[in-house]
Ligand binder design. Structure first.
Ligand code: PLP
Length: 417
């Protein structure tokens, strides 16, 4: 986790009040109370710069990309491809051709399952995931296994929510074709040792897909340093818009993969007898893409760059440490996910009180948290709960937000006395 803390950017240099001003939605009052937004793991709020970049696109640049010869088509294409270049730089991918725009993490995982997976896996092969996966990095693999006769295997976690690397290593066998793990868990906040997982998988000839949905807003990701084959992310969790995400794939893998969907923009030539497909990334971007979304994502990357991911991480770690300590002192509260070096996601249950009741009462105090199974039902089973309450942090979260949460929880306990 030390990589998150830069020597030259101290948390003191980070002015959360100023950061909050960049997010117009945070100035609202909810039921007459100041909004306390602690649901960034579900979706982050959007800074003015992202909103403006998208409206500027519609106001000044809108045209369909790639196919037009007129001025606006050129300009829109440039803006869209510039967004791809920003993503390449953001992830430190080698080439822009390795960046495929998709709807989000869910689509990225489905794309890999239905192209790479379907073309590479046979009956008896194995896909290895972890016990902390979001449904979107689980169900697509189950579907692939049903289609191919491959087998889904699951690496367990321990009681604090750390991945059992010894078990993961033991489970990577000669039939393992793919290891698919989250970089950061959306329920536990656990940060997984991706580089080590890649080493273990590659040593046995298995490819690695990383679900980075919860990692990219909180830490600097370098796909080349990680060595992973695929990396998936969602724009809306990193201060960008919904409906846009990224699949990073190593070029030689993408080039060998069949298309995902057929249609316009993904072809070289079409005749009734035969269609030749375009090279990646176009091969995987059939149809008119989410141009404004890509441009908004590019603006979100600029925003993260201006704040500095290391500074954001250091700030969030401070708020997380404060929150963990304070929540642990609440009578009857059990924190789920306390792994070392975790990221700002706090799942908890309160003895005798249903998480939905917690969420509903907090809402009336203007506090937005998440309650439920968080699209990770097997993980809920692992911890013996049906649901949890989850407070999750973003770059705008403050200790005042945590104080408001604590006051809200005191009110919840009072009402259930
Ligand atoms: N993976 C993780 C770890 C997530 O937290 C989420 C969303 O909550 C997803 C995948 C799915 O992301 P999306 O719904 O943006 O496709």
């Amino acid at each position: 986790m030390s990589a998150l803390h830069s020597e030259h950017l101290t948390p003191a240099a980070y002015e959360v009040a100023r950061v909050r001003q960049a997010f117009p939605i945070l100035a609202q009052r909810i039921y007459g109370k100041p909004l306390v937004y602690l649901d960034s793991a579900a979706t982050s709020q959007k800074p003015q710069a992202v909103i403006e970049a998208m409206s500027r696109f519609f106001l000044e640049e809108n045209a369909n990309v790639h196919r037009g010869v007129h001025y606006l088509a050129e300009r829109a294409t440039q803006a869209y491809e510039q967004a791809r270049a920003k993503v390449r730089h953001f992830l430190n991918a080698e080439q822009a051709e390795e960046i495929v725009f998709v709807r989000g993490t869910t689509e990225a995982v489905n794309l890999v399952a239905q192209t790479y997976g379907k073309s590479q896996l046979q009956a008896g092969d194995e896909v290895l995931i972890s016990a902390m996966e979001h449904h979107s990095n689980l169900v697509p693999w189950q579907m692939l296994c049903e289609q191919t006769g491959a087998r889904l295997r699951v690496a367990p976690i321990d009681d604090v929510g750390t991945l059992r690397l010894d078990e993961l290593e033991r489970l990577i066998g000669p039939r393992t074709k793919l290891v698919a793990v989250s970089h950061v868990s959306n329920v536990l906040g656990t940060l997984n040792p991706i580089r080590r997982i890649v080493e273990l998988a590659h040593a046995r000839g298995a490819a690695v897909l990383v679900d980075g949905a919860q990692a990219v807003p909180h830490l600097r990701v370098d796909v080349r340093a990680l060595g992973c084959d695929f990396y998936a992310l969602s724009g809306h969790k990193m201060y960008g818009p919904t409906g846009i995400g990224v699949l990073y794939g190593r070029r030689e893998l993408l080039e060998a993969m069949p298309p995902y969907q057929g249609g316009g923009d993904m072809i070289l030539s079409v005749s009734f007898a035969k269609t030749l497909y375009a090279k990646p990334p176009q091969r995987f971007e059939a149809g008119t893409p989410n141009m404004a979304g890509a441009i908004g994502l590019g603006a979100a990357i600029d925003f993260l760059g201006e704040l500095g991911l290391e500074a954001i991480a250091a700030h969030e770690q401070d708020v997380l440490a404060y929150a963990q300590q304070a929540l642990a002192a609440v009578p009857g509260l059990r924190l789920i996910g306390t792994a070392q070096g975790k990221v700002g996601v706090l799942s908890f249950v309160l003895e005798g009180i249903h998480p939905h009741d917690i969420g509903t009462i907090l809402d009336r105090e203007g506090i937005a948290i998440r309650t439920g199974h968080h699209c990770a039902q097997p993980l809920m089973q692992r911890f013996g709960v049906a649901a949890t309450a989850r407070a999750s942090l973003g770059c705008y979260s403050s200790v005042q937000d945590i104080d408001a949460l604590l006051a809200g929880l005191a009110r919840v306990r009072e009402l259930f006395k």
